[in-house]
Design a protein around this ligand. Structure first.
Ligand SMILES: Cc1ncc(COP(=O)(O)O)c(C=O)c1O
Length: 370
């Protein structure tokens, strides 16, 4: 018998996300619309493209394992020291490393029921016990999370702001009260979508407060999901501890160059954010015309409420039959929605067309206006 750890032996075979590529392989044809993974179909900054093309010329060299230039630029951007910034292959990798830093088998960890599953995946992979707190009114329920934390004394507590899968957000003042009430534990504040959020969602940075680790990514507004670049802004002791366990060559040379150039192209990111705002409004109007509702979103996706988990699952399958890839929340009551990434105008029109074509078969509402 292979000497797997008892934790690995107890884990079910699991895939955190079925990738769109697997759907294409199964269907034997490419997807027409890939609007399920909150990637940015606005593409990347021309400056990032140029920098990455140039970096290819040096790809026979190892990358800078200290990520010096990118970390320096991020430090300047956020008004922190370079020693308070650590890079990772996306937030996903950093979540795994942070779990490894703080969580031992049998420890408790708190998150929300239906929240970002990759965090849970890492926690379970380390043999810890997850406590999941239901959402309230489609938002992560900070008071209930706090109650739970006081009861179970977790090592870590996870909050995404704005949140995936519903797209809702917490105001900075709500988060401040929440943090003030936390028992002795570390808050992982996942801000993957913060570029799309209103200003009052942005908690001021206080990296000297070791209890809070902020997680950011180039995957969303910067459009670089496939390059795998994320970072944490944290107390220097946390960054130093991550240096003991991280994959030092994990953020490759091309990705570092692209992220650095993209960071210097604010106009590009602003334009993506503006178009996403326009797209969210457009989807809200579309939904209303179809007799549906959207959950107000502070992200680059919209949760479209179709009334029940069963209907949402059916709609997702029907869309897939038309080559449209969307995802949906995994648990009730959030699973009454499908989650659609907000892309460029042409893509939105194409999605609207397919939605209007399939919706009558779902038997929702009598009047279809398109
Ligand atoms: C809440 C949240 N955190 C993290 C990620 C992944 O970020 P990254 O691509 O940097 O690993 C996602 C991606 O969808 C997300 O929704």
């Amino acid at each position: 018998m292979l000497p797997f750890t008892h934790i690995v032996r107890a884990l079910p075979a699991t895939v955190p996300f079925v990738p769109p590529e697997a759907l294409e392989r199964k269907q034997g044809q490419p997807l027409a619309l890939r609007v399920g993974a909150n990637e940015s179909n606005f593409g990347i900054s021309p400056r990032a493209r140029q920098a990455m093309v140039e970096a290819v010329e040096q790809v026979h060299w190892y990358n800078d394992p200290e990520g010096y230039e990118l970390r320096s630029a991020l430090a300047v951007r956020h008004g922190v020291a370079r020693e308070e910034v650590v890079l990772g292959a996306g937030i996903d990798e950093l979540l795994g490393l942070l779990v490894r830093l703080f969580v031992e088998p049998g420890d408790t960890v708190v998150t929300s029921l239906g929240a970002y599953p990759t965090f849970n995946y890492h926690v379970e992979g380390h043999g810890a016990v997850l406590h999941k707190v239901p959402y309230r009114a489609d938002r992560e329920d900070l008071p209930a999370l706090l109650d739970k934390a006081r009861k179970v004394r977790p090592k870590l507590i996870y909050v995404a702001n704005p949140d995936n899968p519903m797209g809702t957000y917490q105001r900075a003042d709500e988060l401040r009260d929440f943090i003030a009430g936390l028992p002795d534990c570390v808050l992982l504040l996942d801000e993957a979508y913060i570029d799309f959020a209103p200003e009052d969602a942005l908690l001021p940075l206080e990296v000297e407060r070791a209890q809070v680790v902020r997680l950011r990514t180039f995957s969303k507004a910067h459009g670089m999901a496939g390059a795998r670049v994320g970072y944490a802004l944290a107390h220097r002791d946390v960054v130093a501890a991550l240096d003991k366990v991280r994959n030092h060559f994990g953020v490759n040379r091309i990705a570092q160059a692209g992220a650095l150039a993209s960071l210097g192209d604010d106009a590009f990111v602003r334009s993506v954010v503006r178009q996403v705002e326009e797209g969210r409004r457009e989807y809200a109007v579309l939904a209303a015309e179809l007799g549906l509702q959207t959950v107000p979103s502070a992200t680059n996706f919209v949760a479209l409420d179709v009334g029940s988990g069963e209907r949402a699952r059916r709609l997702m399958q029907m869309l897939l039959q038309h080559g449209v890839f969307v995802r949906m929340p995994g648990v009730a009551p959030l699973d009454r929605c499908i989650r659609v990434t907000v892309g460029p105008s042409a893509e939105r029109q194409a999605f609207a067309k397919v939605l209007c074509a399939v919706l009558p078969q779902l038997d929702i509402g009598d009047e279809i206006f398109c």
